[in-house]
Design a protein around this ligand. Structure first.
Ligand code: FAD
Length: 106
């Protein structure tokens, strides 16, 4: 199985890439579906206490699905809260599209 770090890296990669590809002008259905996706994801994320904290985050700061920019910034913020919790550096959210949409590899 994936360990918690590998799972986390792979998952953030998927989530940030989904946000990067989200429409600039999503339909109401796309907005609702993306919100549902995050709620379902948080119920099945295969690290129980990570998932539990993530569900609390979704309650206090719900997914912002009005645009690609809004969703990417929201996810960056959420990821930074996990970074804080784990004592990792904060990511500069002004660089999120550079990192996940337009490309730089690390
Ligand atoms: P990661 O945090 O995995 O980040 C991968 C890459 O994303 C980084 O190299 C950087 O380029 C980029 N990045 C970093 N921050 C941001 C940001 N804010 N916005 C955009 N891009 C960014 N682990 C635990 O030990 N406890 C937990 O409670 C926990 N909860 C998690 C909850 C979720 C929903 C997810 C997906 C993961 C969780 N993890 C948790 C795993 C943890 O967040 C990391 O993925 C793991 O520790 C590996 O960290 P990393 O240093 O390789 O970088």
């Amino acid at each position: 199985p994936l360990d918690k770090e590998e799972l986390g890296r792979a998952s953030w990669g998927l989530l940030h890439t989904m946000a990067a590809k989200f429409p600039e002008k999503p339909s109401k259905t796309e907005q609702k579906n993306m919100t549902n996706f995050f709620h379902l994801f948080s119920k099945f994320y295969p690290c129980d206490y990570c998932a539990e904290d993530f569900r609390k985050e979704l309650q206090s700061d719900p997914p912002q699905t009005s645009s690609q920019e809004a969703l990417s910034q929201w996810l960056c913020r959420i990821h930074n809260r996990v970074n804080n919790k784990l004592g990792k550096d904060e990511f500069d959210c002004s660089k999120v599209n550079e990192r996940w949409r337009d490309g730089w590899l690390d």
